[in-house]
Design a protein around this ligand. Structure first.
Ligand code: NDP
Length: 247
């Protein structure tokens, strides 16, 4: 991880769960982390908690479904912290409803946060990486084990579909980047169940005790740090991690 110390990382959805844990770890590894989310107070508390660590966290209130917010955030980053080397597209939401119950607004929200905003962030940041001529960059896209399985849980179809599309974005941009000669790695992250607010919000945390030892956010962080730590010529393209016992 030494090569990333002092470099700039942007983490979306850094106000809770996996994104918060990733932002925290990257700061501990000496990176300058710009933490994006809507819940500004949480971002500010995280910044305070991390004062005195090797790196630094900048909280930046951003709704990634608003392109004007993305523009403002990227302009602020360019002016105040410099070129982005690592982008972690982590923000995501889930809505638990059958397709018959889903309102238009539900579908738009899931696809906007999980797929459209991730794609816009990626396209915008790739352009900044190219114009800054960075020597090495890394983009992480948060998919899910649900983006790979062929038997999705009922009531989560929109989430599953959005995550499958995230896989396609990761695979597609990896090929384009290879062809362009840009030195940017792309890693698709696909965790199984992780104990976070997302699961509790849809009641998926109420499994019988001992039934499934869920992953903790730190397990996902460890996988990401492994992918970041590989030599410049090695790309960890897909990282699928699951708790023991998950099918
Ligand atoms: P959390 O609900 O804890 O975190 C979701 C994050 O996304 C929050 O920080 C939230 O911030 C942010 N977010 C949501 N909407 C927006 C928005 N419009 N603009 C900016 N930020 C937004 O859940 P997890 O940590 O579990 O989820 C993180 C990622 O991991 C998601 O992509 C999820 O799909 C994925 N994942 C989770 C798994 C699990 O079992 N928990 C398994 C596999 C993948 P705020 O509300 O402050 O804006």
């Amino acid at each position: 991880m030494d090569k990333w110390s002092g470099r700039v990382a942007v983490v979306t959805g850094a106000s809770s769960g996996i994104g918060e844990a990733i932002a925290e770890s990257l700061v501990e590894h000496g990176m300058t982390v710009v933490a994006l989310a809507r819940r500004e107070e949480r971002l500010k508390s995280l910044a305070e908690k991390l004062q005195g660590k090797k790196g630094k966290l900048h909280p930046l209130k951003t709704d990634i479904t608003k392109t004007e917010d993305i523009t403002t955030a990227l302009e602020w980053i360019e002016r105040n912290v410099g070129s982005i080397h690592v982008l972690v597209n982590n923000a995501g939401i889930v809505i638990k409803k059958s397709f018959l119950e889903l309102e238009d607004e539900d579908l738009l929200r899931v696809f906007n946060v999980n797929l459209v905003s991730l794609s816009i962030m990626t396209a915008r940041v790739l352009k900044t990486m190219e114009s800054a001529n960075i020597e090495l960059g890394h983009i992480f896209n948060m998919s899910s084990i649900n983006g790979h399985i062929s038997h999705p849980l009922p009531e989560f179809v929109s989430y599953f579909a959005s995550k499958r599309a995230v896989n396609a974005v990761s695979e597609g941009i990896r090929s384009e980047i290879a062809a362009s000669g840009l030195k940017v790695k792309v890693t698709n992250l696909s965790p199984g169940v992780v104990a976070t607010e997302m699961l509790s919000n849809v009641g998926l945390d109420k499994l019988p005790p001992g039934f499934l030892p869920m992953l903790q956010p730190k397990d996902v962080v460890d996988a990401l740090v492994y992918a970041l730590s590989t030599p410049p010529n090695v790309i960890v393209s897909e990282l699928t991690i699951q708790p023991m016992g998950e099918t």
